[in-house]
Design a protein around this ligand. Structure first.
Ligand code: AMP
Length: 339
């Protein structure tokens, strides 16, 4: 690990991810890359939210996957450049105080607020449940999210436009708590990040593991190339002689990220004049993507040989986080008249 000095910061950032195992390109460009950059100017706290994962877990297989998924995710974070000398990284459930705060915040959160959250209705539908049959933890998801943020008195949360309603709810909970029990928590501010949408290999939907249209950061070069060769391109380009339309082709939009300007111009010209086939285009993309991910994969490989170091990093992170958490809970108990 590079031994960098922590940077004097402009605020405290909190962000988390559910342990879904190995991360894909969408996770990297939509979140992780930004987390790495934020380390230069903020005090950053990043947490693997395993309790949140339990809100939608139903099968024994899902449960058996939580631990390995946490490990795989931590490896990806570190390989991508999350630096434990700059950021605090830990597993949510290692800080039991978050569950205490979750319960206490639930005393100031009307059920109506929770049920209005757009993602709640969406999750109920996805899980093929009704609002009555879904578990109580799922309804309370935003309270736990708020507890995650304010337990460490974080004041800044990086979010995409679509997540603004969640943060607004966190701010409402904080306002209500502060007005009832006295000024305790900063109102967390959204740090709007332009989350680029990475489209999956199907060329249509958001890249996602559950749709099996993803490319894992940690895949081998061979698997990456094989998967890219299955990618959908311009649906109107049915033969090699038909000119392609780069502006509707997801392979081209991926080239935009991984390929240099002059090659991009060539690809565009050769595609629109039918002088290049999609297979060549995909092979070139695979090559560029593999070069881009190469250093990350090497770091990951190296780290994976030292599983005890990963455990140590997460446990050191939990120690730091727990100190902050205990101080907050002490203050909250006092303000709420508990002893
Ligand atoms: P998830 O595990 O799907 O909740 O994703 C974790 C993070 O990655 C969130 O911040 C998402 O917004 C981001 N993310 C996931 N998939 C994509 C995608 N296809 N394009 C952009 N960002 C994504």
């Amino acid at each position: 690990m590079p031994n960098k000095e922590p940077i004097s910061s402009s605020g405290t950032i909190l962000s988390g991810m559910r342990p879904t195992g190995q991360l894909h390109l969408g996770n990297y460009f939509g979140a992780l890359q930004n987390w790495v950059d934020l380390q230069d100017s903020y005090k950053c706290i990043y947490t693997i939210v395993d309790i949140h994962a339990l809100t939608t877990i139903e099968t024994p297989e899902d449960i058996a996957n939580i631990r390995p998924n946490i490990y795989e995710m931590a490896l990806d974070w570190l390989a991508a450049g999350i630096d434990p000398n700059l950021s605090t990284i830990f597993i949510q459930s290692h800080i039991p105080e978050v569950m205490t705060l979750n319960t206490l915040l639930s005393m100031v959160t009307p059920l109506g607020w929770l049920m209005r959250v757009p993602t709640f209705k969406e999750k109920v539908r996805q899980m093929e449940h009704t609002e009555e049959s879904v578990n109580y933890g799922l309804v309370g998801y935003p309270i736990l999210q708020t507890a995650d943020i304010i337990l460490y008195k974080a004041d800044t949360v990086p979010v995409g436009q679509d997540q603004l309603p969640h943060l607004e709810l966190a701010r409402e909970i904080v306002r209500r708590f502060n007005s009832r029990f006295g000024e305790t928590f900063p109102e967390p501010q959204a740090k709007l990040t332009k989350v680029p949408l990475i489209v999956g290999l199907d060329g249509q939907q958001k890249m996602s593991k559950s749709l099996d249209n993803h490319i894992d950061l940690a895949s081998t070069e061979e698997v990456t190339t094989k998967r890219i060769l299955t990618a959908f391109t311009d649906p109107q380009r049915t033969t090699r002689d038909t000119p392609g339309r780069p502006n509707v082709c997801n392979v081209y939009s991926l080239h935009n990220i991984f390929t240099n300007e002059s090659d991009l111009t060539t690809i565009n010209q050769e595609c629109t004049s039918a002088n290049r086939g999609c297979v060549d285009c995909k092979r070139q993309l695979a090559q560029n993507l593999n070069s881009y991910l190469g250093p990350m994969r090497e770091r990951r490989n190296d780290l994976s040989k030292r599983p005890d170091d990963i455990k140590d990093i997460l446990s050191e992170g939990a120690k730091t986080a727990r100190q902050l958490a205990q101080a907050t809970i002490e203050e909250v108990y006092d303000k709420m008249g508990l002893s």
